[in-house]
Design a protein around this ligand. Structure first.
Ligand code: 6MZ
Length: 339
């Protein structure tokens, strides 16, 4: 079977996907229509169409990627828009053969953080029910590193109130701002509330922060890992914290020169626990199948090993052990269909 078809049919787990970065162009146009029906003109941030989805083969600086998020956020300021986004994004992942989806989103004041989260959860559950067990969805709440510690603490509290659908807390946003060490009280509260920590890690070079995330915070999962010099790689290899790999995002956002240069090559050779992920499938014009197929081609990974990689990601999910068992059953029953 052609590798693209194999990866499309492969049952998959998505562990690193930002809700508002996963919007495809169709949904974006729906959001524009919705906005225009209420306001006539598009908001300034969203009026330049050239900033939308970055096509495969193109690159932008990380700063330009963050302009895209600003545009999307300007269009998603109503509960109706948030519901459309949450439902369409689940549909998009389900269409691509994703069977377990951990989405993450940063609470917005729409109209309050708690209500934003409630709207997202309701829409995600509705979308999950529509697929009648074909896809399991969970949510992680993101702490934006540009925000205040108070906002971070509020996010952790809302996450705890919405367990078990909310499984953990993420730390993301423009990596040139602030530092994970500034948010110690939020991490302490998250641990106290028994929430998992999925932390953006070494997306740019920041050795002290990276060592803190691995050695002191002891995150449950880390994302990206593009800059692991100066002892960071040794610490990671020792800690064996599962790493969310976002190849297209890293190449298109210029954190990594090209796919052949990506650190996944080395980590795969070392059998390091990795979860291939999309990051922002709308913004980077990708799908999880595409990320798997790209990895298979660039690293010359045979199909049975691709299946193993997908199966192994079940170990890294934050949902209850029953969900893991259920997923393993699905994978095992579908293995023969792919042989
Ligand atoms: C860091 C990122 C990111 O939360 O509004 N986000 N943070 N690095 C990245 N690599 C490209 N991609 C997305 O989804 C969009 C938000 O997710 C974070 C940013 O804070 C962005 O504003 P939500 O659903």
């Amino acid at each position: 079977m052609d590798i693209r078809e194999f990866c499309r049919r492969l049952p998959k787990v998505e562990l690193h996907a930002h809700l508002n970065g996963s919007i495809d162009n169709d949904t974006l146009y729906k959001l524009m229509d919705l906005y225009k029906a209420k306001h006539e003109e598009l908001p300034l941030e969203a009026s330049d169409k050239s900033i939308y989805a970055i096509k495969q083969g193109e690159t932008r600086t990380l700063a330009q990627c963050f302009d895209v998020f600003r545009a999307i956020h300007a269009l998603t300021g109503s509960e109706e828009a948030i519901s459309i986004v949450a439902k369409d994004v689940v549909q998009g992942f389900a269409n691509d053969g994703v069977r377990y989806l951990e989405l993450r989103t940063t609470p917005k004041d729409t109209p309050t953080s708690a209500e934003y989260v409630r709207t997202v959860i309701d829409a995600l559950k509705t979308a999950q029910d529509k697929h009648q067990g074909a896809i399991v969805v969970r949510l992680i709440l993101s702490i934006d590193r540009r925000g205040s510690v108070e906002k971070a603490l509020e996010t952790v509290r809302i996450a705890a109130q919405n367990k078990p659908f909310v499984v953990g807390v993420d730390f993301s946003g423009d990596p040139t701002h602030k530092d994970a060490r500034d948010f110690q009280s939020a991490w302490d509260l998250a641990r106290q509330k028994d929430l998992k920590l999925a932390i953006h890690f070494a997306e740019i070079k920041n050795t002290e922060e990276s060592l803190y995330i691995v050695n002191e915070l002891k995150a449950d999962r880390i994302g990206h890992g593009c800059f692991m010099q100066d002892g960071v790689e040794d610490a990671v290899l020792k800690a064996q914290i599962p790493l969310e790999i976002c190849m297209s995002s890293n190449v298109m956002g210029q954190s990594v020169k090209d796919y052949d240069d990506h650190h996944f090559h080395d980590l795969y050779e070392k059998d390091y626990p990795c979860a291939i992920s999309t990051d922002d499938m709308g913004v980077f014009s990708t799908t999880l199948s595409h990320e798997y197929a790209m990895a298979a081609r660039k690293l010359d990974i045979p199909q049975p090993r691709i299946w193993d990689l997908s199966y192994r990601t079940i170990d890294f999910i934050f949902a209850e052990v029953e969900v893991k068992d259920q997923l393993r059953e699905i994978w095992n029953s579908e293995k023969v269909l792919l042989a």
